[in-house]
Design a protein around this ligand. Sequence first.
Ligand code: MLC
Ligand code: AMP
Length: 494
Amino acid sequence: MLQLVKNASKNQENQAIVSGNQVYTYRNLLEASHEFASYLLDQTGDLAETRVAFMVSPGFDYVRVQWGIWRAGGVAVPLCITYPLPSLQYVIDDTDAQIIVAGPEYAELLAPLATQKGIRFISLADVDALSISSKKLPNILPDRRAMILYTSGTTNLPKGVVTTHRTIEAQVSTLVKSWEWSATDRILCVLPLHHVHGIINVISCALWSGATVEFLPFFSAEAVFEAFAKGHINVFMAVPTIYFKLIAYWETLPQEAQQQISDTLSRFRLMVSGSAALPVSVMEKWKIISSHTLLERYGMTEIGMGISNPYHGERKAGYIGKPLPGVRVRLVDENNQVVKAGQPGEIQVKGKNVFLEYWQRPEATQKTFTDDGWFKTGDVAVVEKGYYRILGRDSIDIIKSGGYKISALEIEEVLRTHPAISDCSVVGIPNEEWGELVVAAVMVKDPEIDLKALNQWLRERMPAYKVPRHYKIIDELPRNAMGKVTKNDIKKMF
Ligand code: MLC
Ligand code: AMP
């Protein structure tokens, strides 16, 4: 039996999920996910690693579908709820999903796509109207594939990162232990649920521990502070941009309201930041507001979390901490030799937390591991007094904005298909709020190009967070002697 399910069975009367003003116990979650798994099995028999793409809003329904897929033996493929159709279609095609599950808000969008592709379509609203008899669930072995999450990389198309149940259990259990999760915890989830930060660190760690997850449908600083003000939440995890936005909102409040928030925050057990570098200024301001030194940690879709500042002990500003238990980390030079103490090198990782493969991309999978099985992260770091500090990334084409990883090449490919654009180059420029801001230098066929219309055109083709925020129209892209665009020169233009 899955460890998450085993643990839940021990905590049946605890509150598992609070969403949409409703409280659901672990018993409710076990029953509802068993029911959904039974429905899937009715349709297909043992799912035998069938990819099930699902688009469901954050809350109880999301988790019961995710657990239902897992308990029926399927591979869960969460779809981002803010993706435009082409981005959804890419994930559905690339995973070769055989089933699509849609929450009520998304049925109209996805049903035609499923019909067109001949994929079985399940509307949650329809399932809920049925009476489903409980089926015996298959025994799920730890090495069965469990989930595919999409991540942008140094290729122009996102790759599916496959994890098994064993991987997920390793990723969750090291965090539960290191950060001392317990059944008395209650976390507020404001993160998107198609990435590890929300799925592993927030939901799965909480539910592994018998704790409670309270969901907000989407992030808003006001709603977050309102939820905190009720006094039940004691754990929070977010990307630096969210802390930046919370600070900005707090600063607009009258002093009395500020004080109330600060009093509430000072009673929290744990506050974590990650997915992008936490600016020291944000860490310091948050400390003044909340009395908490944010715990910064480092992770990646392919490894879950790898390096973390300590729960007990010094949390160093500007550092990501030390390897988590069970995660082996080394720094290597360009010849793949371990660097001398104090020297910078690429972070490489080994351990049960590391993903299985890029879905149906054996070459990319092979390229990302060394011959002796270390995963190459592409992040460069140095160790100082035992603490890792990130220096940057190998590739200028990978941008982190708002905690999302974005491939410059992917945006360039789309931009080049626009009839008024002859060539372009996309880069990330430093920005305190977003980490990096996506910007584009473009060569145009039509000097009268309407940038507002271009923006709209892009938003129909890619998620809003990937769309460039500034453009520079130029006559020629700067290139080196080899003809390669010199992206550092592009950065200087902004
Ligand atoms: C949105 N906007 C941006 C932007 N994203 N502007 C600049 N850069 C960006 N990246 C703009 C929108 O276009 C809109 O403007 C306005 O901001 C509000 O949009 P929104 O979508 O409502 O934004 P908001 O909800 O405020 O989003 C901010 C956020 C979100 C921080 C909540 O980006 C987020 O949820 N990020 C978390 C991503 C995450 O979970 N990453 C983890 C990956 S896993 P306009 O003008 O259009 O109205 C990983 C491993 C690990 O990294 O270590 O964890
Ligand atoms: P993703 O592919 O979305 O999982 O993003 C993983 C990447 O986020 C890593 O390779 C890092 O570049 C970055 N990242 C995660 N946590 C941190 C952190 N604490 N500091 C700096 N970068 C981080």
